[in-house]
Design a binder for this molecule. Structure first.
Ligand code: AMP
Length: 308
């Protein structure tokens, strides 16, 4: 069985969408990545930090999904990372209202001993120095390192981010962030510039417009499934990343051809995430539901054409 190390926030979120509003609920990039990757037969561990206010039932939830939580540090006297966001009517864009780093401010990640030889490392959206520190702790060079980031870290730690980007194989980033990172409007040109920064593979997430995978001159596109109901897009990008990394850890095949399947798995899992608020949908997802959705993806995009 493949091993997957995930580093990312385990958090409290408060979310507002045109459909409603939540108080503090379970969130965090690490949480969404872990829940998504748990749909694959892999040994995964989350490396993160929470405060004494973090409810045991959420840790139990992660454990019940066979996720190793020994790398989640609990600071009894500290507070858990808190993020609050409000979505616009199009549900594709949002404003961050609050980011309280809390315990994350002094986070020194510790990769569990058993996971220092993991084949796949998923560096979730976090301070780039924390992402680097996880890589430094790996005793065996991972087969694949995937990194996700966001504008927040570009704004406050751009040089550190560029340094860790040099060390990774795949970056997953959304369209606006790819533009911000490169100063290019065209996503094709942006992907080329990101290649030049280090990663051989660039995945650009375009929300409800799907995801693009770039590798040198090759390009692959997977749509997002058009859904009748989208309640809350929070965590969709992380769920995508968790599905992508989980699938590659399970198959052990990191070729471009197999990465196309990983993009489709990531998109399929993300399509569930948005159907309910927070992590709710990802907490109760069956294998057959995932399989059915993959078939829907296949039918959505498959066509036979005769060249005339
Ligand atoms: P996504 O919708 O995929 O971008 O991810 C949303 C999740 O990212 C939420 O559950 C937040 O807790 C988490 N998050 C928001 N801002 C940050 C940040 N600056 N660093 C790390 N995680 C964050």
């Amino acid at each position: 069985m493949g091993k997957l190390v995930i580093v990312g926030t385990v958090a409290y979120d408060a979310i507002e969408t045109p459909f409603g509003k939540t108080d503090k609920i379970l969130g965090g990039a690490g949480t969404y990545i872990g829940l998504s990757a748990s749909n694959f037969d892999v040994d995964s561990a989350i490396v993160s930090i929470v405060g004494g206010d973090f409810e045991q039932k959420y840790l139990d939830l992660l454990s019940s999904k066979n996720i190793d939580i020994s790398g989640i540090e609990i600071v009894k006297e500290g507070k858990t990372f808190f993020w609050s966001g409000k979505y616009h009517n199009d549900m594709n864009s949002r404003d961050t209202l609050i980011t309280e780093l809390n315990t994350l401010e002094d986070f020194n990640p510790v990769v569990p001993e058993d996971y220092k030889d993991a084949e796949v490392v998923m560096l979730g959206n976090l301070h780039p120095l924390v992402q680097s520190s996880v890589l430094d702790q790996m005793t065996v060079k991972p087969k694949l390192v995937v990194l996700d980031t966001m504008n927040f870290w570009m704004d406050i730690a751009l040089e550190d981010l560029k340094n860790v980007i040099k060390r990774i194989d795949v970056i997953t980033i959304n369209d606006e962030e790819a533009r911000q990172l490169t100063g290019e409007y065209s996503l094709v040109v942006a992907a080329k510039k990101i290649h030049e920064m280090g990663p051989k593979y660039v995945v650009i997430k375009k929300g409800e417009h799907g995801a693009l995978l770039f590798h040198n001159e090759q390009m692959f596109y997977a749509p997002a499934l058009p859904l009748a109901e989208v309640f809350d897009p929070t965590g969709a990008g992380d769920t995508f990343a968790g599905g992508f990394a989980g699938y590659l850890a399970k198959t052990g095949d990191v070729s471009f051809e197999n990465m196309k399947n990983a993009v489709v798995y990531g998109s399929a899992l993300a399509s569930f995430c948005v159907e309910k608020f927070g992590t709710e949908r990802m907490e109760n997802l069956s294998h057959s539901e995932v399989q059915q959705r993959l078939m829907q993806f296949k039918h959505l995009t498959q066509f036979e054409i005769e060249l005339t």
